[in-house]
Design a protein around this ligand. Sequence first.
Ligand SMILES: Cc1cc2nc3c(=O)[nH]c(=O)nc-3n(C[C@H](O)[C@H](O)[C@H](O)COP(=O)(O)O)c2cc1C
Length: 203
Amino acid sequence: MHDFRTFAPCTLLAPVPAVMVSCACPKLDARPNIITIAWAGTVNSDPPMVSISVRRNRYSHAMIRESGEFVVNLVDEARCKAVDFCGVRSGKDVDKWAHCGLTPMPALGLDNAPAIAECPAYLACKVRQVLELGSHDMFVGEVVGVQVRGDLFDADGSLHLERAGLVAYNHGVYQRTADVLGFFGYSVARPEVLARRMKQYQG
Ligand SMILES: Cc1cc2nc3c(=O)[nH]c(=O)nc-3n(C[C@H](O)[C@H](O)[C@H](O)COP(=O)(O)O)c2cc1C
């Protein structure tokens, strides 16, 4: 038996994705912004829906609430410093796009919120529900547009997101997700399938 220690009840779910959420709201006359979010999740597949939980005091909160839109940008290692910066400085005080050298581009299916052109993939979302949970409001967004960088596809059209070098957030630290340990169903795959697929992931 391990020596387990008791923790006060808390959100020790880990690892979670660290994503950059971009938003804009011309009605509020606020500059388009980027907020780092670790409390993000997949919550439904049909229709495709994701959630982000945002504290009410964030500059981004009113923009997302008012515009009803946000973009979840997946983050690679080259963007890791930008992820941190967008999570420790407020758009109230600084233009995070300019500071981090990030470029807004139109997001499929949205009128206001831009996607981040430097990120490997994005999910454009329309807010369908807002759940006031306590410290955070959870925006449940329907994914209305998705784009993924072209070099992450093989010639046969299959997507290899594992090659994007995405970043995970693990109880206060950013970590690489680069190494593939297995694939969906690998524990029961036939030996020849296992060997072929794993060879593919090991480059
Ligand atoms: C790794 C990381 C994860 C974060 N996750 C969240 C989150 O899920 N929800 C949230 O409200 N704030 C989160 N924050 C804090 C906000 O990103 C931070 O307060 C930011 O400065 C708010 O930006 P804004 O005022 O421009 O909206 C996180 C920060 C970091 C560094």
